[in-house]
Design a binder for this molecule. Structure first.
Ligand code: KG4
Ligand code: ZN
Length: 334
Protein backbone atom coordinates (compact mmCIF):
# COMPACT_ATOMS: atom_id res chain seq x y z
CA UNK A 1 0.00 0.00 0.00
CA UNK A 2 2.98 2.36 -0.31
CA UNK A 3 2.82 5.16 -2.86
CA UNK A 4 -0.92 4.82 -3.09
CA UNK A 5 -2.69 7.19 -5.46
CA UNK A 6 -5.93 8.48 -3.98
CA UNK A 7 -8.76 10.56 -5.43
CA UNK A 8 -10.21 13.03 -2.93
CA UNK A 9 -13.71 14.53 -3.16
CA UNK A 10 -14.91 17.46 -1.01
CA UNK A 11 -18.37 19.09 -1.09
CA UNK A 12 -19.11 19.86 2.57
CA UNK A 13 -19.77 23.58 2.10
CA UNK A 14 -19.41 25.91 -0.87
CA UNK A 15 -16.44 24.49 -2.77
CA UNK A 16 -16.77 21.60 -5.20
CA UNK A 17 -13.33 20.01 -5.15
CA UNK A 18 -11.59 16.96 -6.57
CA UNK A 19 -7.89 16.18 -6.21
CA UNK A 20 -5.46 13.35 -6.82
CA UNK A 21 -2.70 12.81 -4.27
CA UNK A 22 0.23 10.40 -4.31
CA UNK A 23 1.58 8.80 -1.15
CA UNK A 24 -0.44 11.21 1.01
CA UNK A 25 2.22 13.85 0.49
CA UNK A 26 2.35 14.83 -3.17
CA UNK A 27 -0.37 16.73 -5.03
CA UNK A 28 -0.84 15.38 -8.54
CA UNK A 29 -3.85 17.57 -9.28
CA UNK A 30 -6.06 19.84 -7.17
CA UNK A 31 -9.19 21.38 -8.70
CA UNK A 32 -11.57 23.67 -6.81
CA UNK A 33 -14.75 25.31 -8.06
CA UNK A 34 -15.85 28.01 -5.65
CA UNK A 35 -19.44 29.22 -5.36
CA UNK A 36 -18.65 32.28 -3.25
CA UNK A 37 -20.01 34.63 -5.94
CA UNK A 38 -23.43 32.92 -5.87
CA UNK A 39 -23.74 33.23 -2.08
CA UNK A 40 -22.32 36.74 -1.70
CA UNK A 41 -25.59 38.59 -2.22
CA UNK A 42 -27.21 36.51 0.55
CA UNK A 43 -24.40 37.30 2.99
CA UNK A 44 -23.68 33.64 3.65
CA UNK A 45 -23.90 30.14 2.23
CA UNK A 46 -27.44 29.14 1.19
CA UNK A 47 -27.63 25.33 1.55
CA UNK A 48 -29.98 24.67 -1.38
CA UNK A 49 -27.90 26.77 -3.74
CA UNK A 50 -24.76 25.00 -2.54
CA UNK A 51 -26.20 21.54 -3.27
CA UNK A 52 -27.35 22.55 -6.74
CA UNK A 53 -23.92 23.99 -7.59
CA UNK A 54 -22.21 20.80 -6.43
CA UNK A 55 -24.46 18.73 -8.71
CA UNK A 56 -23.68 21.00 -11.66
CA UNK A 57 -19.94 21.19 -11.01
CA UNK A 58 -19.04 17.66 -9.86
CA UNK A 59 -18.44 15.97 -13.21
CA UNK A 60 -16.69 19.05 -14.62
CA UNK A 61 -14.31 19.25 -11.66
CA UNK A 62 -13.74 15.48 -11.66
CA UNK A 63 -12.79 15.45 -15.34
CA UNK A 64 -10.49 18.43 -14.87
CA UNK A 65 -8.71 16.71 -11.98
CA UNK A 66 -7.96 13.65 -14.12
CA UNK A 67 -6.94 15.80 -17.08
CA UNK A 68 -4.57 17.88 -14.95
CA UNK A 69 -3.06 14.70 -13.51
CA UNK A 70 -2.81 13.02 -16.92
CA UNK A 71 -3.88 9.79 -15.23
CA UNK A 72 -6.53 7.20 -15.95
CA UNK A 73 -8.69 5.38 -13.40
CA UNK A 74 -6.40 2.33 -13.63
CA UNK A 75 -3.73 4.22 -11.67
CA UNK A 76 -6.12 4.98 -8.79
CA UNK A 77 -5.97 2.91 -5.58
CA UNK A 78 -8.98 4.33 -3.72
CA UNK A 79 -11.53 7.12 -3.46
CA UNK A 80 -11.66 9.31 -0.34
CA UNK A 81 -14.66 11.53 0.29
CA UNK A 82 -15.72 13.97 3.02
CA UNK A 83 -18.58 12.25 4.85
CA UNK A 84 -19.06 15.06 7.41
CA UNK A 85 -19.45 17.39 9.14
CA UNK A 86 -21.00 20.03 6.91
CA UNK A 87 -24.21 20.87 5.09
CA UNK A 88 -25.98 17.55 4.63
CA UNK A 89 -27.35 18.30 1.15
CA UNK A 90 -23.93 19.46 0.00
CA UNK A 91 -22.13 16.46 1.56
CA UNK A 92 -24.57 14.06 -0.11
CA UNK A 93 -23.48 15.17 -3.58
CA UNK A 94 -19.85 14.24 -2.83
CA UNK A 95 -20.73 11.03 -0.99
CA UNK A 96 -23.07 9.81 -3.72
CA UNK A 97 -20.59 10.70 -6.47
CA UNK A 98 -17.85 8.83 -4.62
CA UNK A 99 -20.08 5.79 -4.12
CA UNK A 100 -21.11 5.74 -7.78
CA UNK A 101 -17.46 5.96 -8.85
CA UNK A 102 -16.34 3.31 -6.34
CA UNK A 103 -19.01 0.96 -7.71
CA UNK A 104 -18.44 1.72 -11.39
CA UNK A 105 -14.63 1.68 -11.24
CA UNK A 106 -14.44 -1.08 -8.62
CA UNK A 107 -12.27 0.96 -6.24
CA UNK A 108 -12.20 0.95 -2.42
CA UNK A 109 -14.07 3.81 -0.74
CA UNK A 110 -12.88 5.70 2.36
CA UNK A 111 -15.01 8.23 4.25
CA UNK A 112 -13.01 11.15 5.69
CA UNK A 113 -13.79 13.62 8.46
CA UNK A 114 -13.52 17.19 7.16
CA UNK A 115 -11.31 18.27 10.09
CA UNK A 116 -8.94 15.33 9.56
CA UNK A 117 -8.63 16.74 6.05
CA UNK A 118 -7.77 20.24 7.29
CA UNK A 119 -5.09 18.73 9.54
CA UNK A 120 -3.62 16.56 6.78
CA UNK A 121 -3.39 19.56 4.42
CA UNK A 122 -0.16 20.22 6.32
CA UNK A 123 1.33 16.84 5.44
CA UNK A 124 1.32 17.93 1.79
CA UNK A 125 4.02 20.38 2.93
CA UNK A 126 5.95 18.62 5.69
CA UNK A 127 6.03 15.17 7.34
CA UNK A 128 4.29 14.95 10.72
CA UNK A 129 6.08 14.38 14.02
CA UNK A 130 4.09 13.16 17.00
CA UNK A 131 2.75 14.14 19.41
CA UNK A 132 1.40 17.07 17.49
CA UNK A 133 -1.20 19.68 18.30
CA UNK A 134 -3.58 20.99 15.67
CA UNK A 135 -5.57 24.21 15.94
CA UNK A 136 -8.48 24.07 13.51
CA UNK A 137 -10.13 27.42 12.91
CA UNK A 138 -12.71 27.77 10.15
CA UNK A 139 -16.22 28.98 9.45
CA UNK A 140 -17.65 25.93 11.17
CA UNK A 141 -14.90 24.90 13.59
CA UNK A 142 -12.67 25.98 16.42
CA UNK A 143 -10.93 22.94 17.80
CA UNK A 144 -7.70 21.84 19.43
CA UNK A 145 -6.82 18.28 18.46
CA UNK A 146 -3.95 16.26 19.93
CA UNK A 147 -2.47 13.53 17.72
CA UNK A 148 -0.14 10.82 19.05
CA UNK A 149 0.04 8.99 15.73
CA UNK A 150 -1.37 8.95 12.20
CA UNK A 151 -5.15 8.80 12.15
CA UNK A 152 -5.43 9.22 15.94
CA UNK A 153 -7.43 12.31 16.82
CA UNK A 154 -8.01 13.38 20.41
CA UNK A 155 -10.29 16.41 20.80
CA UNK A 156 -8.95 18.42 23.76
CA UNK A 157 -10.87 21.66 23.21
CA UNK A 158 -13.67 23.05 21.08
CA UNK A 159 -15.96 26.04 20.80
CA UNK A 160 -19.02 26.07 23.02
CA UNK A 161 -20.90 28.39 20.67
CA UNK A 162 -19.72 30.20 17.54
CA UNK A 163 -16.73 29.14 15.49
CA UNK A 164 -13.94 31.68 15.11
CA UNK A 165 -14.62 32.16 11.38
CA UNK A 166 -18.33 32.48 12.08
CA UNK A 167 -17.58 35.31 14.54
CA UNK A 168 -15.45 36.99 11.86
CA UNK A 169 -18.25 36.67 9.31
CA UNK A 170 -20.89 38.01 11.73
CA UNK A 171 -18.81 41.00 12.84
CA UNK A 172 -18.02 41.73 9.19
CA UNK A 173 -21.72 41.74 8.40
CA UNK A 174 -22.36 44.23 11.23
CA UNK A 175 -19.68 46.44 9.72
CA UNK A 176 -21.44 46.07 6.36
CA UNK A 177 -18.47 44.29 4.79
CA UNK A 178 -19.06 41.69 2.05
CA UNK A 179 -19.06 37.92 2.63
CA UNK A 180 -16.82 36.13 3.52
CA UNK A 181 -15.90 38.60 6.20
CA UNK A 182 -12.69 37.09 7.57
CA UNK A 183 -10.32 38.45 4.94
CA UNK A 184 -12.10 41.85 5.06
CA UNK A 185 -11.69 42.20 8.84
CA UNK A 186 -8.10 40.99 8.59
CA UNK A 187 -7.33 43.72 6.03
CA UNK A 188 -9.23 46.43 7.95
CA UNK A 189 -7.64 45.46 11.27
CA UNK A 190 -4.19 46.29 9.91
CA UNK A 191 -5.35 49.91 9.43
CA UNK A 192 -6.97 50.30 12.85
CA UNK A 193 -5.95 50.72 16.46
CA UNK A 194 -6.70 48.28 19.28
CA UNK A 195 -8.41 50.96 21.35
CA UNK A 196 -11.53 49.03 22.45
CA UNK A 197 -11.09 46.46 25.18
CA UNK A 198 -13.34 43.60 24.03
CA UNK A 199 -13.76 40.59 26.37
CA UNK A 200 -11.64 37.43 26.19
CA UNK A 201 -13.46 34.21 27.09
CA UNK A 202 -10.88 32.17 29.03
CA UNK A 203 -13.59 29.87 30.51
CA UNK A 204 -12.68 27.48 33.36
CA UNK A 205 -9.12 27.25 34.63
CA UNK A 206 -7.10 24.97 32.36
CA UNK A 207 -9.91 24.59 29.81
CA UNK A 208 -9.01 24.45 26.14
CA UNK A 209 -12.58 25.20 25.10
CA UNK A 210 -13.47 28.41 23.30
CA UNK A 211 -16.43 30.81 23.24
CA UNK A 212 -16.92 33.68 20.83
CA UNK A 213 -20.59 34.61 21.32
CA UNK A 214 -19.88 37.03 24.20
CA UNK A 215 -17.28 38.80 22.10
CA UNK A 216 -19.71 39.01 19.20
CA UNK A 217 -22.42 40.55 21.47
CA UNK A 218 -19.92 43.00 22.85
CA UNK A 219 -19.02 44.13 19.34
CA UNK A 220 -22.73 44.56 18.46
CA UNK A 221 -23.30 46.63 21.61
CA UNK A 222 -20.31 48.83 20.89
CA UNK A 223 -21.57 49.54 17.38
CA UNK A 224 -25.14 50.23 18.56
CA UNK A 225 -24.08 52.47 21.45
CA UNK A 226 -21.85 54.52 19.20
CA UNK A 227 -24.69 54.91 16.69
CA UNK A 228 -27.13 56.00 19.43
CA UNK A 229 -24.76 58.58 20.79
CA UNK A 230 -23.99 59.73 17.29
CA UNK A 231 -20.30 58.96 17.86
CA UNK A 232 -17.92 57.97 15.12
CA UNK A 233 -16.35 54.60 15.86
CA UNK A 234 -13.89 53.77 13.16
CA UNK A 235 -14.68 50.39 11.62
CA UNK A 236 -10.93 49.76 11.41
CA UNK A 237 -10.58 50.19 15.19
CA UNK A 238 -13.47 47.80 15.85
CA UNK A 239 -11.90 45.28 13.47
CA UNK A 240 -8.46 45.64 15.07
CA UNK A 241 -9.83 45.33 18.62
CA UNK A 242 -12.07 42.36 17.73
CA UNK A 243 -9.20 40.60 15.98
CA UNK A 244 -6.90 41.23 18.96
CA UNK A 245 -9.36 39.48 21.28
CA UNK A 246 -9.75 36.45 18.97
CA UNK A 247 -6.00 36.12 18.43
CA UNK A 248 -5.20 36.51 22.12
CA UNK A 249 -7.49 33.62 23.12
CA UNK A 250 -6.54 31.33 20.21
CA UNK A 251 -2.82 31.89 20.70
CA UNK A 252 -2.77 31.60 24.49
CA UNK A 253 -4.78 28.37 24.58
CA UNK A 254 -2.75 26.81 21.77
CA UNK A 255 0.51 27.69 23.52
CA UNK A 256 -0.72 26.30 26.86
CA UNK A 257 -1.89 23.05 25.28
CA UNK A 258 1.37 22.65 23.34
CA UNK A 259 3.37 23.06 26.55
CA UNK A 260 1.18 20.74 28.61
CA UNK A 261 1.36 17.92 26.06
CA UNK A 262 5.01 18.57 25.12
CA UNK A 263 4.23 18.40 21.43
CA UNK A 264 6.86 18.23 18.70
CA UNK A 265 4.82 20.16 16.14
CA UNK A 266 1.94 22.61 16.04
CA UNK A 267 -0.34 22.72 13.03
CA UNK A 268 -2.85 25.40 12.13
CA UNK A 269 -5.64 24.56 9.72
CA UNK A 270 -8.93 25.90 8.34
CA UNK A 271 -9.85 29.13 6.63
CA UNK A 272 -8.97 31.39 9.57
CA UNK A 273 -5.39 30.06 9.37
CA UNK A 274 -5.14 32.54 6.49
CA UNK A 275 -5.42 35.38 9.02
CA UNK A 276 -2.25 37.47 9.00
CA UNK A 277 -2.58 38.63 12.59
CA UNK A 278 -3.05 35.07 13.84
CA UNK A 279 -0.12 33.78 11.79
CA UNK A 280 2.17 36.50 13.12
CA UNK A 281 1.15 35.95 16.76
CA UNK A 282 1.57 32.16 16.56
CA UNK A 283 4.87 32.42 14.68
CA UNK A 284 6.29 34.71 17.36
CA UNK A 285 5.13 32.52 20.27
CA UNK A 286 6.31 29.20 18.86
CA UNK A 287 9.61 30.59 17.65
CA UNK A 288 10.29 31.58 21.24
CA UNK A 289 9.36 28.08 22.45
CA UNK A 290 11.37 26.45 19.62
CA UNK A 291 8.36 24.33 18.63
CA UNK A 292 8.00 23.97 14.83
CA UNK A 293 4.80 25.59 13.57
CA UNK A 294 3.17 24.49 10.32
CA UNK A 295 0.65 26.67 8.54
CA UNK A 296 -0.33 25.53 5.05
CA UNK A 297 -0.17 27.94 2.11
CA UNK A 298 -3.42 29.87 1.51
CA UNK A 299 -4.75 27.53 -1.15
CA UNK A 300 -4.52 24.58 1.26
CA UNK A 301 -5.91 26.51 4.28
CA UNK A 302 -9.40 26.79 2.85
CA UNK A 303 -11.55 23.88 1.71
CA UNK A 304 -9.98 21.68 -0.95
CA UNK A 305 -9.91 18.01 -1.90
CA UNK A 306 -6.15 17.44 -1.74
CA UNK A 307 -6.45 17.54 2.05
CA UNK A 308 -9.24 14.94 1.92
CA UNK A 309 -7.11 12.69 -0.29
CA UNK A 310 -4.15 13.18 2.10
CA UNK A 311 -6.19 12.21 5.18
CA UNK A 312 -7.84 9.44 3.16
CA UNK A 313 -4.43 8.00 2.27
CA UNK A 314 -3.63 7.34 5.93
CA UNK A 315 -7.06 5.82 6.53
CA UNK A 316 -6.65 3.67 3.41
CA UNK A 317 -3.15 2.53 4.39
CA UNK A 318 -4.45 1.72 7.88
CA UNK A 319 -7.04 -0.55 6.26
CA UNK A 320 -10.12 1.54 6.90
CA UNK A 321 -12.85 1.05 4.30
CA UNK A 322 -16.35 2.42 3.89
CA UNK A 323 -19.16 0.42 2.33
CA UNK A 324 -21.50 1.51 -0.42
CA UNK A 325 -23.93 2.29 2.40
CA UNK A 326 -21.72 5.24 3.44
CA UNK A 327 -23.92 8.15 4.46
CA UNK A 328 -23.33 11.87 4.88
CA UNK A 329 -23.39 13.10 8.47
CA UNK A 330 -23.79 16.81 9.21
CA UNK A 331 -22.44 16.39 12.74
CA UNK A 332 -19.90 13.57 12.33
CA UNK A 333 -17.53 13.20 15.33
CA UNK A 334 -13.78 13.23 14.79
O1 KG4 B 1 -12.09 26.29 6.08
P1 KG4 B 1 -13.00 27.21 5.38
O2 KG4 B 1 -12.68 27.57 3.94
O3 KG4 B 1 -14.47 26.67 5.36
C1 KG4 B 1 -15.04 26.03 6.47
O4 KG4 B 1 -14.87 24.78 6.58
O5 KG4 B 1 -15.65 26.75 7.28
O6 KG4 B 1 -13.08 28.55 6.26
C2 KG4 B 1 -13.87 29.66 5.90
C3 KG4 B 1 -13.82 30.67 7.01
C4 KG4 B 1 -14.78 31.84 6.82
O7 KG4 B 1 -15.46 32.06 8.04
C5 KG4 B 1 -13.85 33.01 6.50
O8 KG4 B 1 -14.37 34.26 6.88
C6 KG4 B 1 -12.62 32.65 7.30
O9 KG4 B 1 -12.50 31.25 7.13
N1 KG4 B 1 -11.42 33.34 6.82
C7 KG4 B 1 -10.71 34.23 7.55
C8 KG4 B 1 -9.67 34.72 6.73
N2 KG4 B 1 -9.78 34.08 5.52
C9 KG4 B 1 -10.85 33.25 5.59
N3 KG4 B 1 -10.88 34.65 8.81
C10 KG4 B 1 -10.01 35.55 9.29
N4 KG4 B 1 -9.00 36.08 8.56
C11 KG4 B 1 -8.78 35.69 7.29
N5 KG4 B 1 -7.77 36.20 6.59
ZN1 ZN C 1 -13.23 23.62 6.08
Amino acid sequence: TKNSIIVGIETSCDETAVAIVKNGTEIVSNVISSQIESHKRFGGVVPEIASRHHVEQMTVVLEEAFEEAALSWEAIDAIAVTEGPGLVGALLVGVNSAKALAFAKQKPLVGVHHIAGHIYANRLEKEFEFPLLALIVSGGHTELVLMKGHGEYELIGETRDDAAGEAYDKVARMLKLPYPGGPQIDRLAAEGEENINFPRAWLDEGSYDFSFSGLKSSVINTIHNAQQRGEERKAADIAASFQASVIDVLTTKTVNAAKEHEVKQVIVAGGVAANKGLRNALEAEFAELSIPLLIPPLKLCTDNAAMIAAAGTIAYEQGRRSGLDLNASSSLLL
